[in-house]
Design a protein around this ligand. Structure first.
Ligand code: NAD
Length: 308
């Protein structure tokens, strides 16, 4: 799996196919999508156009998708993975993740797709379903058996849940995708997962940046990582941008990144972030910014239902 990929969350439908195409043209070889992002058809269009134009072959690009919370039941998981593949217009995914370790009530795609967070939109509530992770994992294993998915993994799991999954997994998870940035380093989880031989992908690497565009109050009240004086001093010392420093801080510790940008110059800058090295001391200085601040927290979901 490439260490630097392109994340497709919040990439607008109108420009998504072009953005994905341009990302591939700029050299990206991993696209991180999900059912929940509502742009899988457009992502697929961008990928297929790049293949048709001879920029890449299918086997040269790593495509990730994620199973949404409302489809955790075995039959639904298989059915929805197939639907996702059809949306992308692809025969297989390189990686398919359980998006969250939270099973929500099924919403028929004929009624609404993607269903989003609320299972009852009128009442504005989330309803849960009693589906153990083991059942969903078995469904993902059956996708590997059927050749529809090359690797399977998990996202937003804590160490205890991973430990439990490993007791039932016939096929081990290849990847854990987690929120990871200088304000939320999750070092104990990272150490445990890497010791298990499972790769880590960090998302929202720029911390509050991604949540500002959603108008999140917590992000608005948090100093920007990209403007932090420690990060800027290191950037100046290397003649690099603050974004490149943060991305390199992750990849140099073997944590893959999937930054999102709709801007071609930033796309290129982010991809070029592995062409220099930070010192051990600089890595430590950035890790020391940790304040255990999570922006993508299911405890904030509508209804304020405590989950973790
Ligand atoms: P991100 O950290 O990639 O930040 C995106 C923001 O940073 C945007 O506002 C963008 O304009 C800005 N940006 C990008 N490059 C920049 C640069 N070089 N200089 C300055 N600003 C720059 O955040 P994200 O989109 O939340 O996370 C990345 C990807 O991770 C998503 O697109 C998605 O694929 C994935 N993700 C997964 C989950 C999950 O639950 N598994 C959750 C969130 C995101």
């Amino acid at each position: 799996m490439p260490l630097i990929g392109f994340g497709a969350w919040k990439v607008p439908n109108a420009t998504c196919a072009d953005t994905i195409y341009n990302a591939i043209k700029a050299g990206y070889r991993l696209i991180d999508g999900a059912e929940d992002y509502g742009n899988e058809k457009e992502c697929g269009e961008g990928v297929r156009r790049a293949i048709a134009d001879g920029i890449i072959k299918r086997e040269e690009i790593f495509i990730t998708s994620k199973l949404w919370n409302t489809f955790h039941q075995k039959d639904h998981a298989v059915e929805l993975a197939k639907r996702s593949l059809a949306d992308w217009g692809l025969e297989y995914f390189d990686l398919f993740l359980i998006h969250f370790p939270i099973a929500q009530k099924y919403v028929d795609p004929a009624e609404r797709y993607p269903p989003g967070l609320l299972t009852d939109v009128e009442k504005g509530i989330i309803e849960f379903e009693n589906v153990p992770i083991a059942e969903t994992w078995a469904a993902l294993e059956s996708l590997v058996d059927a050749g529809l998915v090359k690797n399977i993994g998990i996202s937003n799991f804590n160490a205890g849940l991973v430990r439990d999954l490993l007791t039932v997994a016939r096929i081990r998870p290849s990847v854990l995708q987690i929120e990871h940035h200088p304000y939320l380093t999750q070092s104990a989880l990272v150490d445990y997962i890497q010791a298990q031989g499972i790769a880590i992908t960090g998302y929202s690497t720029f911390g509050p940046q991604s949540f500002l565009e959603m108008g999140q109050e917590r992000a608005q009240n948090t100093p920007l990582v990209l403007q932090h004086e420690t990060v800027n001093a290191i950037a100046t010392a290397h003649g690099r941008s603050p974004a490149q420093v943060i991305l390199r801080w992750a990849t140099q510790r073997n944590i893959a990144v999937i930054p999102k940008s709709n801007n071609v110059d930033r796309l290129k800058q982010n991809l070029d972030s592995a062409s220099f090295d930070l010192t051990e001391e600089e890595l430590k200085q950035i890790s020391a910014l940790n304040i255990n601040l999570r922006f993508n927290d299911p405890n904030d979901w509508p209804g304020k239902i405590p989950i973790f």
